[in-house]
Design a protein around this ligand. Structure first.
Ligand SMILES: Cc1ncc(COP(=O)(O)O)c(C=O)c1O
Length: 398
């Protein structure tokens, strides 16, 4: 059967594929440690569960307004104001079925087939594929050595067809936080191209390690608020991955168009999950978030110690989220028995087969010299994973 030519170019997610391979081995009884998925190992707080139950029992299971319940849009606006200091009216917020859906809708609302969107690498794996699915050309710009966006490269990639740039901080897969100087440089660039829009994927904004501070473009350049779409979600901070609630805040015209797209595709996001998200935002359990951040920081430290003791695994300091992105290219050419590591993909497969560690190769993120390790996994598992990693590298022949 003939299927859409546009979708012929879209690759399934390598992240999900490696996660699925790890899960298949686990289902077959192998003691695999999954470091591939970007899913917190914590549960939502008790108040969130209660809110869902109440909504279910008291008529909360009906269609809501397409862009979200007034209460959730207001709660989202308050949460964004607390985080960024920027006040959005609730009609400038659209609730969708997860941040992934918010980004897809934002791209849909912004660009036409043939337009271009700049995606600085290493990028979250879905950005380029979403563009391709919409007929938009993703223009990949390699990052700096510190894994942050390279402004010279971005400047050189902009042309009359460029509609948007997508950035993500703290970053998946890098764990890096975009610093003020880079955002100020980005602001200069945005001012020089008045039709450009920035999509700022801030989904990990609350998961920042002590000593670092989350900033986004409109926080350092308030004149660019109307040129920015901010994206947030409940999955990471509130451990509500399967509940599927995300939201976008931005210029009114874009938010209205997001609602139009959604009105003809998914309609409202799940109404029970909206009620729970509203409670989560209104009564945020700060201790819960602080405990997670402390655990994530500790686990990152365990892996960094292992990388140092193994050697030749340089890794820019993680500053937030729950990912590490060490370079592994110094190990290309090494062998384990008759298997040779020629790429990050080979290394990820070998780590899964021989060390029973599920990681994701950097090819998934436009940075094929690295692998991504997610440490949203219990700390004792992380300790065991470090041990296996050290044993694995010690057995490689170079
Ligand atoms: C950078 C980034 N953006 C967006 C998402 C999507 O999150 P969700 O659709 O679960 O809200 C993820 C999830 O992995 C992510 O890592």
């Amino acid at each position: 059967m003939r299927t859409s030519r546009r979708l012929d170019q879209v690759k399934p997610s390598l992240t999900l594929e490696f996660d699925a391979r790890a899960k298949a081995l686990k289902a077959a009884g192998r003691d695999v440690i999954g470091l591939a998925a970007g899913e917190p190992d914590f549960e939502p707080s008790e108040t969130v569960l209660q809110a869902a139950e109440e909504a279910m029992r008291h008529g909360g299971g009906r269609y809501t307004a397409v862009a979200g319940t007034p209460a959730l849009r207001q709660a989202a606006a308050r949460a964004i104001e607390e985080l960024t200091g920027i006040r959005y009216s609730s009609d400038r917020i659209a609730v969708s079925s997860g941040a992934k859906h918010s980004i897809f809708n934002a791209l849909y609302a912004l660009a036409d087939p043939g337009d271009e969107v700049i995606v600085p690498a290493p990028y979250w794996t879905s950005y380029p594929e979403m563009c391709l699915a919409l007929g938009i050309k993703p223009v990949i710009v390699p990052g700096r050595a510190d894994l942050l966006p390279d402004l010279d490269g971005i400047r050189a990639a902009i042309n009359d067809r460029t509609r948007a740039i997508i950035v993500n901080s703290p970053g998946n897969p890098t764990g890096r936080v975009i610093d003020r100087a880079t955002l100020e440089g980005l602001a200069v660039l945005m001012r020089a191209w008045p039709d450009l829009v920035l999509i700022s994927d801030d989904i990990y904004a609350r998961l920042v390690f002590p000593g670092h501070r989350f900033l986004n473009l409109p926080m350092v350049a308030p004149d660019l608020v109307e040129r920015t779409i901010l994206v947030y979600g409940m999955s990471k901070t509130y451990c509500m991955t399967g509940w599927r609630i995300g939201f976008a805040a931005g210029p009114l015209e874009i938010i209205k168009q997001i609602a139009t797209v959604q009105g003809h595709s998914t309609s409202c996001a799940n109404s029970i999950a909206q009620a729970a998200a509203c409670r989560a935002l209104d009564e945020t359990d700060e201790n819960h978030i602080a405990r997670m951040v402390t655990a994530y920081r500790e686990r990152a430290g365990l892996f960094l110690d292992s990388f140092r003791s193994i050697g030749d695994l340089p890794c820019p300091e993680p500053q937030g989220a729950f990912y590490l992105f060490p370079r592994v290219d110094a190990w290309f050419g090494a062998r384990l028995g008759d298997r040779r590591i020629g790429s990050a993909l080979d290394l990820a497969q070998l780590l899964l087969d021989e060390a029973l560690l599920g990681v994701v190769p950097g090819e998934a993120f436009g940075a094929p010299e690295s692998i991504r390790i997610s440490y949203a996994t219990a700390t004792d598992k992380v300790r065991e994973a470090c041990f296996r990693l050290e044993r694995f590298f010690a057995a490689l022949q170079r």
